[in-house]
Design a protein around this ligand. Structure first.
Ligand code: AMP
Length: 285
């Protein structure tokens, strides 16, 4: 694996690969890698000739009171995992490389960026769209991989690629979970033993609400029971939202009457604060 820290050097190295007819797969991450990230890496390794993984904790997607400075940074372990997966290139830019003095341009994603996660984390998706644009321009991949775990991010990226005509195929990897159901996340390592138990409230609530809807409950009924289930498993947790949304627009779906059926498949999304850790999860319906 070759580790590269500048955009110029990365472009030069990847141009050589492209000249040899190699197709490039790209997996952007913020590091603290786990099996969720590695499942995307494995798809890229299988489907393309050369895989680039970026590890960059992007300051522009964190709010002023969020966990940017304490976000886990485990670079040696990450590099070891990527070597084991036979990744060809690790892109490891500094903040100054990505945002040199004087940089000012930002992507604004519009409505999709201001609801649900975007409402709670103002500016978050603009930061995501900005860094993904920068990374796409640096890597110029044929295919880029994102996780369903961050479903609203997936919608934002799809819109970004459509709106700005990036010639890049976007592929989505399924959410990888711990054996007990908790969606893997770099932030899970913040959880105390007690909080780790309470964190099951997210996945268990999602699975229950999905079962209820499948059995014919209305969305409202299922959400009321889901709220109760969440509080039962996590008495100290704060549920930020539990909603059924169209996965493309993130517009809320309130019933499955035929005339209301969304054009796209829908998902149940959940976000909660467990102790000092904010967790999100979702399941498709
Ligand atoms: P992050 O490092 O949190 O920015 O995540 C990098 C990529 O990995 C994003 O596309 C995430 O959606 C994806 N990802 C994170 N957790 C999981 C998971 N549990 N299963 C699948 N993909 C994931």
């Amino acid at each position: 694996m070759r580790t590269i820290t500048t955009i110029t050097e990365l472009r030069r190295a990847l141009a050589l690969q492209r000249e040899q007819g190699k197709r490039i797969g790209f997996v952007p991450t913020m590091g603290a890698l786990h099996d969720g990230h590695l499942s995307l890496v494995r798809q890229s390794k299988q489907q393309l000739d050369v895989t680039v993984v970026s590890v960059f904790v992007n300051p522009t997607q964190f709010g002023p009171n969020e966990d940017f400075s304490r976000y886990p940074r485990t670079l040696d372990a990450d590099a070891g995992l990527l070597v084991d997966e036979d990744v060809e290139f690790l892109f490891l830019p500094s903040v100054e490389e990505m945002y040199p003095p004087g940089n000012a341009t930002r992507i604004h994603v519009g409505q999709l960026g201001s609801i649900f996660e975007g409402a709670i984390r103002p500016g978050h998706f603009d930061g995501v769209a900005t860094v993904v644009t920068l990374l796409f321009n640096a890597v110029q991949p044929d295919t880029a991989y994102f996780g369903q775990k961050d479903l609203q991010q997936v919608a934002v990226i799809r819109q970004l690629v459509r709106d700005l005509a990036f010639p890049i195929e976007i592929k989505i990897g399924a959410t990888i979970r711990e054996p007990d159901g908790l969606a893997m996340s770099s932030r899970n390592r913040y959880l105390s033993v007690r909080e780790r138990e309470e964190s099951l409230a997210l996945s268990k609530t999602l699975f229950l609400v999905r079962d209820l809807i499948h059995k014919g409950a209305s969305i409202d009924e299922a959400k009321i029971i889901g709220n109760r289930e969440f509080q039962r498993i996590s008495p100290s947790g704060r549920l930020d939202y539990l909603a059924v949304v169209d996965i493309e627009t993130f517009r809320e779906v309130t019933s499955f009457e035929r005339e209301d059926r969304p054009e796209w498949p829908s998902a149940i999304i959940i976000a909660a604060q467990i102790g000092s850790t904010r967790l999100i999860d979702n399941v498709l319906i």
